[in-house]
Design a protein around this ligand. Structure first.
Ligand SMILES: *Cc1c(COP(=O)(O)O)cnc(C)c1O
Length: 364
């Protein structure tokens, strides 16, 4: 198979050195391995600007969805009610979880290309005193919209709610000061902006809130409290951990630090995204989300014309070394291009040259 670079928002293109960490089979009981887990947990806290006194990190086997479900099933009790804010497929996935778990919830939805409205959320919180928790997705990877995290955080603080943020596709690529915003549970995973390989998710949790969650979980393997209890002792995971993925992730974190941390990575991603949108705009491929709401992570583009054939376009681009993403909207024909991972401005220029060529525009 011909090699290609992934322009998909996880799994994404990782470095050779991250992949090389997986060439050794580590023992889950060995102290050196357990130390890797503890180091990862400390470093993630630092990226979140959080301290050990106030916050802790729990790693959870599985893809990102497992970590989200772990939070939903473990931190919201039968006496609680959760407000789930949605403007995309990942928010809707949280609704599905709430239904499966049997949570008491209400849904507030807006169009996929719009921000949740502060006044409307305020009205819901005023009217429904039963609500104890709020959930929102930060970067809705469905469209690439970057939801207003400060707005929801300040509302949540004002009304004294527990705040859960799915920052799966933004954490590590966009600075998020978790304690300052007052986020109680922030969820992300190994294979997004930290640029590891898929295999586990993680939760940055308010320690005091988490400690009150004992016995809530309706799932054994997804019990966030129990997972934390065991992991916090000495870095040994409850049940088999994805050893190769953990080692690769640790390397990916070191490389993020070497790059200059989250702010440096943000700048690289933002440049990638800006170049991508500017150049495609010039050949008549327009972004679905308006520029001020656009994340530097992934962009949804509308088909440029009626004749546009995504399958053919995808194949053309893939044969030239890049894999892109189909759209996830039902009402508009779209495709998506992610710009996170081991991807630089040169890669984006190369991709744009290929797309220009496909569109029949001659490049110099
Ligand atoms: C990637 C992602 C998830 C998790 O998806 P998985 O396929 O389970 O890894 C959840 N929420 C958002 C916003 C995502 O981008």
């Amino acid at each position: 198979m011909k090699n290609y670079k992934l322009l998909t928002p996880g799994p994404l293109t990782t470095t050779k050195t991250v992949k090389e960490e997986m060439l050794f089979d580590r023992c889950t009981w060995d102290q050196d391995y357990k130390d890797i887990t503890q180091k990862i947990r400390d470093q993630l806290l630092e990226f979140a600007s959080a301290t050990k006194e106030e916050y802790t990190v729990v790693l959870m086997q599985g893809s990102g969805t497992f970590a989200v479900e772990s939070v939903m099933t473990s931190t919201i009790s039968d006496q609680d009610k959760v407000l789930i804010i949605t403007n995309g497929a990942y928010g809707e996935r949280v609704i599905k979880m709430a239904q499966y778990i049997g949570l008491n919830f209400s849904q507030y939805s807006v169009a996929y290309n719009e921000y949740p409205n502060e006044a409307e959320i305020r009205e819901i919180l005023e009217e429904d005193q039963e609500i104890t928790h709020i959930v929102m997705v930060h970067c809705e990877t469905t469209t690439g919209i970057l939801n207003p995290i400060e707005m929801i955080a300040s509302l949540s603080k004002e009304y004294g709610k527990t705040l859960i943020i799915d920052a799966m596709s933004s954490f590590g690529g966009i600075e998020i000061n978790v304690p300052k915003l007052g986020i109680d549970y922030l969820i992300s995973s190994a294979n997004k902006c930290i640029q590891g390989v898929p295999g586990f998710g993680f939760v940055i949790a308010n320690l005091e809130k988490l400690k009150a969650c004992k016995g809530n979980a309706r799932s054994l393997s997804l019990d966030l409290f129990d997972q934390w209890k065991e992991m916090d002792q000495d870095g040994k995971w409850r049940y088999t951990s994805p050893t190769h993925v953990v080692a690769a992730f640790s390397k990916a974190i070191d490389e993020l630090v070497e790059e200059g941390g989250v702010s440096a990575r943000f700048t690289r991603y933002q440049t990638n995204n800006r170049v991508l949108r500017e150049r495609l705009e010039k050949v008549g491929i327009h972004a679905y989300i308006s520029a001020e709401k656009q994340s530097p992570i992934i962009t949804t583009f509308m088909f440029p014309n009626e004749q546009f054939n995504f399958v053919e376009f995808y194949q053309y681009v893939k044969e030239r070394g890049f894999v892109i993403y189909p759209g996830k909207l039902t009402d508009v024909d779209t495709f998506r291009i992610g710009n996170i991972g081991e991807i630089y401005e040169e890669d984006i220029h190369e991709l744009c040259n290929i797309i220009e060529e496909y569109m029949g525009v001659v490049t110099k």
